[in-house]
Design a protein around this ligand. Structure first.
Ligand SMILES: [Fe+2]
Length: 237
């Protein structure tokens, strides 16, 4: 399976285009509303047919492009069943396999940042959303986040993958593009070597972060697959 990493500078969000070479079937993980025309152009240039948009969770920091992509390309919107989405076509759960040409994308339920967080796995690569970031992890102080649950998802699920597994995160604010399971096991300052579950919970409960800039816009909109109220009035179904 081929992978192309894309970036939204306004929100430091990564989108991933995955495709199967022979069939040209494609999926987008975490598309961003403002980047939909870029993504459609890239799909056309590479002669790809977008079958799915895969959300790692309901985002609080950017608006998803999944609804607009569905309007334009008839792709199916996939989210985890615990996301509370009102607009998804398919609700996925742990261990589901999503076919893409000759390959398959495996769903690993990794809750904690939110109850509906998943990681998507293909051979040698994990797309971890906000569950595991480069030297960090998603916050747990809103959207029903839970630090103990997040610790268990990272250490009992993601850290059982081989050390050389490439980790593609949902964001990076420092210009880095990927990490590996082995690197995070030893170097992640919150959950890496020497950090207990109690240490992790105490770190997460004392981060004192400001709410994300676009939360009031993003959360309600993302439960509708990122279609804004204005677009809802103008789109024809
Ligand atoms: Fe998030």
């Amino acid at each position: 399976m081929e992978v192309h990493q894309l970036f939204d500078p306004k929100t430091s969000s990564y989108t991933y285009l995955l495709w199967d070479d022979a069939s040209r079937q494609a999926a987008l993980i975490d598309p961003v509303h403002d980047q939909v025309s870029r993504d459609i152009r890239l799909l056309r240039e590479l002669d790809l047919k977008l079958l799915y948009t895969l959300e790692t969770h309901v985002h609080a920091d950017h608006i998803t492009g999944s609804g607009l992509l569905r309007e334009s390309l008839n792709s199916l919107v996939l989210v985890h069943e615990d996301c509370g989405s009102k607009c998804a076509d398919i609700l996925v759960k742990d261990d589901d396999l999503i076919p893409l040409g000759a390959g398959k994308i495996r769903v690993m339920h990794t809750p904690g940042h939110t109850p509906g967080d998943v990681s998507y796995l293909i051979p040698g690569i994990a797309f971890t959303g906000d569950t595991l970031l480069i030297r960090g992890c998603g916050r747990t102080d809103f959207q029903s986040g839970d630090p103990g649950t997040l610790y268990d998802s990272i250490t009992r699920k993601l850290f059982t993958l081989p050390d050389d597994t490439i980790v593609y995160p949902g964001h990076d604010y420092d210009g880095r593009s990927y990490t590996t399971i082995g690197e995070e096991k030893s170097l992640n300052p919150r959950v890496g070597k020497g950090k207990s579950r109690a240490d992790f919970i105490s770190i997460m409960n004392n981060l004192k972060l400001d709410p994300p800039q676009f939360i009031h816009e993003a959360l309600p909109s993302n439960l509708r697959c990122g279609i804004t109220e204005y677009e809802q009035g103008t789109l024809h179904h």
